[in-house]
Design a protein around this ligand. Structure first.
Ligand code: HEM
Length: 490
């Protein structure tokens, strides 16, 4: 009753009464229906306006003018919400992505930032290009030898895992080098994500993984994968990096964790357990996101060959296979294809709330001709969702269509609006750490794929429904019945 009484600090924010009373409303959509609260939140905005109360403690905003207030930078502190972070279990709860407190996050992030600067990532460019060539060779070889369709997201996931694992530990997992696409990191990733809705609503279960991993391992096969990867393999890799560092061995390539074990972070931040969680988060974040963006782009270029022709014409007209990242990102059509790919692959699709712990935020806007002013008290989680932003029809008309041309036809004002509305990497002080790596991988890899493999690739029993957003599992998920994005290569 208190939750909907005038005494509650969020009493003045509109939304369904039931959502304001209890978390069970959200649980119905995310836990029972399976990751479908974003769609319900979208519906709430249509009824109640740009700011809605989506559970007893949290607001959701659908107004791009408020983006920088929620996702701010600089001295304005932004914490994370425990209810959201309950989705993670095991050592990853000690990664920077899981830090509730602004200052703890800053500490962890400042140690890692230097590895992901543009200048640092540019040094990885030739390794990424080599790996992209190996990916193409493997796709062509396997495609020529067998008529079996290839699940392209798995193939791209092998590639992106190799990039990030190589950077983390100086030696890639070797998924591209091996003969087939199995094993790969996607199983470890799924074991991290599959229980997420259960953990969010029953955090006591996640506590079993945190406190008694060896017991939790035997309770459920999915949790077994999570514990094996999170509590055993990842800390083991960090431990090996530490021993190598102590023995004075210098990896041939830059290796993040060989440096982090010797960084000036406090000792408690450098344990195998904590850094194991950090590396799990880097490899999970670096695998699926970029792989899914390349998959969505591949699908649309094959589905609409006119777009592929336009792209290959542009790439042929320049020396795209030998051009550096800094030149490739100036190619207008390639840039438009990547922007459109990021828009329809969403990054993290579900809402990403932030908390301003020590300032009131004032929202001013309007809804159906009525002026609105809401004062939001400190400590209130509030967020936006890429899957809602990216389908804002007033910014992206015919938003479900993959149309790179929209980025080329827009005038300056419209283009700025589109860029503000595009949030695949989130924004502000907690936006994606790996953004430069993701962009470099996309700009370097797509020309190689487009010129070497895509002209020989055909979709196999795959339709737009296999790449369309259906529900959230942190990342955007297609419909349950999908058999994947499958291709054959001649
Ligand atoms: C297309 C590719 C990518 C997309 C769309 C993407 C998207 C995102 C988003 C939306 C967040 C914010 C999550 C949150 O608020 O909790 C995030 C965070 C993060 N991403 Fe990415 N990501 C991509 C690639 C990568 C890569 C290649 C890495 C490599 C290490 C990476 C590492 C991280 C890390 C460590 C965080 C946590 C940052 C922090 O908490 O400060 N991401 N990413």
């Amino acid at each position: 009753v208190y939750n909907i009484s005038p005494l509650h600090p969020l009493y003045h924010i509109p939304g369904p009464k039931l959502a304001a009373i209890t978390f069970l409303y959200e649980a119905w959509f995310d836990l029972i229906l399976g990751g479908r609260y974003s769609l319900e939140i979208q519906r709430m905005h249509e009824i109640y306006g740009p700011v809605v109360r989506i559970n007893p403690e949290e607001l959701h905003v659908n107004d791009i003018a408020f983006t920088d207030e929620i996702y701010s930078t600089g001295k304005r502190r932004r914490n994370k919400q425990v209810h959201l972070l309950n989705l993670f279990a095991g050592p990853i709860t000690e990664a920077m992505v899981s830090a509730v407190d602004h200052d703890l996050h800053r500490l962890r992030r400042s140690a890692a930032n230097k590895f992901f600067s543009r200048a640092q990532i540019a040094k990885l460019e030739s390794d990424i290009k080599d790996l992209a060539d190996q990916l193409c060779d493997k796709l062509i070889n396997i495609g020529n030898k067998s008529e079996e369709p290839i699940d392209i997201v798995t193939a791209y996931g092998c590639f992106t895992s190799d990039i990030i694992s190589g950077y983390c530990f100086g030696e890639p997992f070797g998924f591209i080098r091996q003969k087939s696409w199995e094993p790969n990191f996607r199983h470890a990733l799924h074991s991290l994500l599959t229980p997420m809705h259960v953990f969010r609503f029953f955090p006591v279960l996640k506590a079993i993984v945190d406190l008694m991993p060896s017991v939790a391992k035997w309770l459920d096969p999915r949790v077994k994968g999570l514990v094996e990867e999170g509590n055993e393999k990842m800390p083991g890799r960090v431990h090996k990096a530490r021993l190598e560092y102590q023995a004075g061995a210098v990896p041939e390539r830059p290796a993040i964790f060989h440096t982090l074990v010797a960084s000036d972070l406090p000792e408690v931040e450098k344990t195998d357990h904590r850094l194991g969680g950090e590396s799990y988060s880097f490899i999970a974040a670096g695998t699926e996101t970029t792989a899914w963006t390349i998959t969505v782009i591949t699908f649309h270029l094959l589905h609409n060959p006119t777009l592929l022709d336009k792209l290959t014409d542009e790439l042929h007209a320049t020396d795209a296979l030998t051009s550096p990242w800094s030149d490739l990102e100036k190619l207008p059509y390639l840039h438009a294809v990547i922007q459109e790919g990021l828009r329809l692959s969403y990054g993290v699709s579900q809402r990403l709330p932030r908390i301003a712990p020590d300032e009131h935020l004032t929202y001013r806007g309007d809804f159906k001709g009525r002026e609105l002013t809401y004062v939001i008290p400190p400590g209130t989680p509030m967020g936006m969702s890429s899957v809602i932003n990216h389908h804002n029809e007033s910014v992206f008309q015919d938003s479900h269509a993959f149309r790179p041309e929209r980025w080329l036809e827009a005038d300056e004002t419209q283009r700025r609006r589109m860029e503000t509305c595009l949030i695949p990497f989130s924004k502000g002080s907690r936006q994606c750490l790996g953004m430069n790596l993701a962009y470099c991988s996309l700009y370097v890899t797509l020309p190689v794929l487009a010129l070497r493999v895509l002209p020989r690739m055909r979709l196999y029993q795959t339709t737009a429904g296999d790449v369309a957003y259906d529900h959230d599992l942190w990342f955007p998920m297609p419909k349950e019945s999908t058999k994947g994005v499958r291709v054959v290569i001649s």
